[in-house]
Structures are given as structure tokens and as C-alpha cells.
Design a protein around this ligand. Sequence first.
Ligand code: HEC
Ligand code: HEC
Ligand code: HEC
Ligand code: HEC
Ligand code: HEC
Length: 170
Amino acid sequence: MRTVAPILAAGLYAAALLVLGHAQQAAPAGPAQPLPFSHKIHAGTLDLPCGTCHLNPDPGKQMHYPTTSVCLQCHKVIKKDSPAIQKLASIAQQDGKISWVPIYQLPSYVYFSHRAHSKAGARCLDCHGRVALHEVLFKEGDISMGGCIDCHMKTSASVDCQYCHEAIEP
Ligand code: HEC
Ligand code: HEC
Ligand code: HEC
Ligand code: HEC
Ligand code: HEC
């Protein structure tokens, strides 16, 4: 029995390291944002619909990031003494635009429209992963050419080069 304990302890230690290693792999770091905004709180716990903060204005290619006015609907009162919310309030007094750091970005030679995909039945989840589970967002979804083509083949959408890339001028 005496020799078993240290071996067991070593085994548990190794198992703990494995678990830790996996935990780190499961949540790669996203870029630092100007405010510590959490999708896990807002889209997860509070269950706010994505559209509360992400509008899709005409012509519908891009999604909007929220401005301070959306946040202040709640944070005029909620946590108003926290340093992060005081920073939010001071940005609101300037121009209300928060300099969120983009995570998903396509090169300019790729044509993409959010609205066309929403109309075709694609969900946020299909391209951005399980946003509501994360404290800090990272690039979880696959927006490489392979990722796009994979789904286009599954949904019988076109895979012609010129569907996604403008014709190259001769
Ligand atoms: C209360 C407001 C709020 C709600 C609700 C919300 N978001 Fe966000 N979202 C933000 C803010 C603020 C950012 C920018 C900071 C960041 O990346 O976390 C952002 C960033 C993102 C990004 C990263 C875009 C990029 O490339 O920079 C994605 C993707 C996203 N949200 C998807 C979603 C989805 C899907 C939902 C619903 C499940 C959702 N959001 C709900 C406020 C919100
Ligand atoms: C529907 C109401 C609602 C909206 C809209 C909302 N929040 Fe929140 N927010 C909350 C609640 C509730 C909490 C959790 C407060 C707590 O921990 O007691 C929270 C927590 C936070 C925190 C953590 C504060 C701290 O110090 O613990 C930050 C930062 C934050 N929100 C930023 C934002 C930003 C930025 C926006 C706009 C993009 C936003 N929130 C929109 C309700 C909201
Ligand atoms: C078919 C894939 C796909 C779906 C579905 C999708 N997105 Fe995106 N999203 C992208 C791509 C690709 C980008 C990068 C666009 C670019 O750089 O032009 C992006 C960028 C964003 C951005 C950054 C602003 C922008 O438009 O560049 C936000 C915010 C965002 N998505 C939120 C959402 C939300 C919320 C939903 C669901 C309502 C959603 N997305 C559905 C692929 C998708
Ligand atoms: C979840 C599945 C899915 C993913 C992922 C996806 N698409 Fe699509 N896409 C579709 C469907 C479905 C249509 C509609 C096809 C139709 O109406 O015939 C479509 C249509 C399009 C169109 C034509 C619509 C328009 O605006 O004229 C383009 C361009 C396009 N996708 C580009 C992309 C690019 C670029 C990516 C990767 C960043 C991508 N798609 C990722 C499913 C997807
Ligand atoms: C469904 C959309 C879609 C289709 C169809 C498509 N592409 Fe792309 N392509 C993309 C996206 C998205 C990227 C950008 C990938 C990235 O950001 O790394 C890309 C990137 C590229 C690049 C640059 C690659 C690099 O490594 O720099 C080339 C070249 C290219 N595509 C050629 C083609 C050709 C040729 C076809 C037809 C056989 C085609 N594409 C069809 C979406 C598409």
C-alpha cells in the first residue's frame, strides 16, 4: 500500500496536467478588446438575442458592432461603479464608438454577404461557433476557402470561382 500512494499521486498529477493542457487548448486567446465584454454573460446567461447588438444594415454585407447606446440601456444602472462600465460611460460621452478589434476578416478579393446567408438559412453558429459559451471570443469558425466550399458542396450552392471571386480583368 505504501508504494501505491505516490504512484497514484503521480498518476493524478499527470491526469491533472492533461486536463489543464486540454482546457488551454479549448479556449485559445482572442485579441485584447477595449472593454472586457463577455458573450458568455450577455448571450449565454442573459440569453440576449444576437440581433440585440448585431444589426445587419443595408446592403446587408456586414454585421454591425454595438455602439455604447445599446450597452447603456442596461449599464446606466447595472454595475455602473465598475471601472469597465465607467470607461464605457466615458466613451459614450465622446462619440459612442468603441474600437472593437475584428476577429473574422476576409481578404478584399472575396465576395461575402451576411444577409444572403441568413436568407439561405445559415446560422451564426455555422460560421462562428458557439459564441455564447465564451468569455472572450476567438476565431472558432472556419472562414477559409475550404470552409466555404465545404458548406457550398453540402448545400448545393455554387463552387464556381467567380461566385466568390470577382472576375479577373484581362
Ligand atoms: C450585448 C451585446 C451582444 C450580444 C447579445 C451579442 N454580441 Fe457578439 N459582439 C458584441 C461585442 C461588443 C463584440 C465585439 C467584442 C468581442 O469581440 O467580444 C461582438 C463580437 C462578435 C463577433 C466577432 C466579430 C469579429 O470578427 O470581430 C461575433 C462572431 C459575434 N459577436 C457573434 C455573436 C453571436 C452569434 C451572438 C448571439 C449568439 C452575439 N454575438 C451576441 C456584442 C454582442
Ligand atoms: C440587457 C442588459 C445588458 C446589456 C444590453 C448589456 N449588458 Fe453588460 N451586463 C449586464 C449584466 C446583467 C451583467 C452582469 C452584472 C453582474 O455581474 O452582476 C453585465 C456585465 C457586464 C460587464 C462586466 C462588468 C463588471 O465589472 O463585472 C461588462 C464590462 C459589460 N457588461 C459590458 C457591456 C457592453 C460593452 C455592452 C454593450 C455592447 C453591454 N454590456 C450590454 C447586462 C447588460
Ligand atoms: C456563412 C458564414 C457566416 C454566417 C452564417 C454568419 N457569419 Fe458573421 N462573418 C462571416 C465572415 C466570413 C465574416 C468576415 C466578413 C468580412 O471580412 O467581410 C464575418 C464577420 C462578422 C462580424 C464582424 C463584422 C463584419 O461584418 O465583418 C460580426 C459581428 C459577425 N460576423 C456576426 C455574425 C452574426 C451575429 C451572425 C448570425 C446572425 C453571423 N455573423 C452569421 C461569416 C458568417
Ligand atoms: C453554412 C453553409 C455555408 C457556408 C459556411 C458558406 N456559405 Fe455561401 N452560401 C450558402 C448557401 C446555402 C447559399 C445560397 C445558395 C443559393 O441560393 O443558391 C450561399 C450563397 C453564397 C453566395 C451568393 C450569394 C450572394 O450574395 O450573391 C456567395 C458569394 C457565397 N455564398 C460566398 C461564401 C463565402 C465567401 C463563404 C466563406 C467565407 C461562404 N459562402 C460560406 C451556404 C454557405
Ligand atoms: C465559396 C467561396 C469560394 C469559392 C467558390 C472559391 N473561393 Fe477562392 N477563396 C475563398 C476565400 C474565403 C478565400 C480567402 C481565404 C483566406 O482568407 O485565407 C479564397 C482565397 C483564394 C485564393 C488566395 C489563396 C491564398 O492562399 O492566398 C485563390 C488564388 C483562390 N481563392 C482561387 C480560387 C479559385 C481558382 C476558385 C475556383 C476553383 C475559387 N477560389 C473558388 C472563397 C472561395
